[in-house]
Design a protein around this ligand. Structure first.
Ligand SMILES: Cc1cc2nc3c(=O)[nH]c(=O)nc-3n(C[C@H](O)[C@H](O)[C@H](O)COP(=O)(O)OP(=O)(O)OC[C@H]3O[C@@H](n4cnc5c(N)ncnc54)[C@H](O)[C@@H]3O)c2cc1C
Length: 464
């Protein structure tokens, strides 16, 4: 019989002399880095995550565009920590924190006590107050999101192949990406390559290379966080791949029919949301101040104001970099914070003064656009084109976990590069029904399958 998490933790303690208990919520980049850095410290660690895997989010778009398989960018957390006997991994969803009693609350009603707590629960995409758009415009944050997007992209081509009506076929072959940050740019470029390089020989009734890929951005340029010349290069590269770039155009509606942006309406079966993020509810759990994106406002030592025993790290926090700008929501920043948290915990346990305040070091920004097309801004040097693409590829392979995955991803990329073949073109999750009138999706899902598809079906049925 499985004991509630609190009982398990108490059982462990009764067997051994009590050690300092560190509970880490979130096995993303920040949480996992803290665990690694705490190796050798005189602590018992419990790491809690609602998923059983650590996910390499920077390559999620490659799963969404059928370039990589899910198992190439995710690893079971339990497996990653198998050689750390002092670390207990719990698969559970945290629903709150009882800071007065020093307990983390779980969704099954149990709780896990801590002496030190680290919250590294990341962020999710946000729809600027229009959550009703989510069923029509899924975002990209989890493996489920990526396979949902992949399914929709591949289904759109399948349905277009069988669609006699030219207008509906055109809508099925229109792919809209909202938001031209790195994820939007990467998605747009790769979908264009999928349509133009990979799919043409496989279809008989449609020219997949006539598919429209439309990248819509409310701001004045793509890759707004990059230097202007790199943004301009990225836009030219996208247009060279056939992507239509629409700038200064806020989206005002997403529906099963398509999008409305600026004063235009565009019929499109596939919409992907790559704009806006919202932090996990960590600030709400603690009842402390957050910024507009819900990010916890933490002190320079990464602790929660008034709670020196609670740290927070990664995308769920807002802290200023040395230049006064917010530390960006990227993996290296989360890892640096995870390391700093662990160093502070270790210093406190040794009775030493805490290390100096957290200081973010930006090593550079990398974004890929397509094959042999990427931009890199190291600050001291800017790179673009093939050289940037090779560096981007090598860096990402380096940061993957394990030799097998590095080899596997490198081989997949070489294959795409040499043969234009994308091996992960599998339509999974749920049965498939033809759309009932109009362009939008009507995915008939089994009970418990993807909610977005089910909602879309009922919308479509009403429309039909
Ligand atoms: C599509 C995409 C592309 C990206 N590309 C890049 C890139 O190219 N380069 C780059 O540097 N960064 C990139 N990022 C950003 C980068 O992935 C994040 O900055 C980084 O993952 C943040 O790390 P984190 O530890 O704060 O959160 P995460 O890595 O998101 O981890 C949070 C963890 O907390 C768990 N969790 C959340 N809530 C709960 C709960 N209530 N209970 C239990 N567990 C919970 C989650 O399951 C997850 O495992 C990208 C992000 C996305 C989504």
């Amino acid at each position: 019989m499985t004991l509630p998490a609190e009982d398990q933790a108490q059982d462990r303690q009764s067997a051994k002399p009590p050690r300092h208990r560190v509970v880490i919520v979130g096995a993303g980049f920040g949480g996992l880095e803290a665990v690694h850095r705490l190796a050798g410290a005189d602590v018992d660690i419990t790491i809690i995550d609602r998923r059983n895997h650590h996910l390499f989010q920077p390559l999620l778009y490659q799963v969404a565009t059928a370039s990589l398989a899910t198992s190439e960018i995710a690893w079971p957390i339990r497996y990653l920590l198998r050689n750390r006997p002092e670390v207990t991994t719990l698969l559970a969803t945290v629903t709150g924190v009882d800071a007065a009693d020093r307990k983390v609350l779980l969704d099954d009603g149990s709780s896990v006590p801590y002496d030190t707590l680290v919250l590294a629960t990341g962020a999710r995409h946000a729809y600027f107050g229009h959550d009703e758009w989510e069923p029509f415009a899924p975002g990209l944050k989890t493996l489920e999101d990526a396979t949902t997007v992949r399914r929709r992209i591949l289904l759109a081509f399948e349905w277009a192949e069988r669609e006699p009506d030219p207008e509906r076929r055109a809508a099925l072959l229109t792919f809209v990406i909202v938001g031209a940050g790195p994820t939007g740019v990467e998605l747009a470029g790769t979908i264009a390559e999928l349509a133009r390089d990979t799919l043409p020989p496989d279809f008989r009734n449609i020219d997949t290379d006539k598919a429209r890929v439309v990248l819509i951005e409310a701001g004045p340029r793509v890759l707004a966080g990059y230097a202007e010349d790199l943004s301009a290069y990225a836009q030219r590269s996208l247009e060279g791949l056939g992507v239509e770039v629409e700038l200064g155009q806020p989206v005002s509606e997403c529906s099963a029919a398509g999008v409305i942006y600026g004063d235009r309406r565009l019929e499109a079966a596939t919409i992907i949301w790559a704009a806006g993020v919202r932090a996990s509810p960590a600030a709400e759990w603690l009842g402390v101040e957050a910024d507009r994106a819900g990010r916890l406002l933490i002190g320079p030592d990464l602790t929660v104001p008034g709670r020196p025993e609670i740290f927070a790290a990664g995308d769920t926090v807002m802290i200023a970099a040395p230049d006064g700008k917010p530390v960006p929501g990227i993996a290296p920043a989360a890892k640096q914070q995870g390391r700093h948290v662990a160093d502070t915990i270790k210093a406190r346990l040794r009775g030493e003064t805490a290390p100096r305040p957290f200081r973010y070091k930006h090593d550079g920004s990398l974004a890929t656009i397509g094959k042999r097309l990427a931009v890199i801004d190291f600050g001291w040097i800017k790179l673009r084109g093939a050289i940037a693409w090779w560096i981007w590829g090598l860096a990402h392979i380096y940061f993957l976990i394990g030799l097998r995955n590095r080899l596997s991803v490198a081989l997949s990329w070489l294959w795409i590069h040499a043969r234009n073949q994308r091996a992960a073109r599998l339509i999974t999750q749920g049965q498939v029904a033809r759309a009932v009138g109009g362009a939008g999706f009507a995915e008939q899902t089994k009970a418990g399958d993807n909610k977005a598809g089910a909602e879309t079906l009922s919308q479509r049925e009403r429309a039909g």
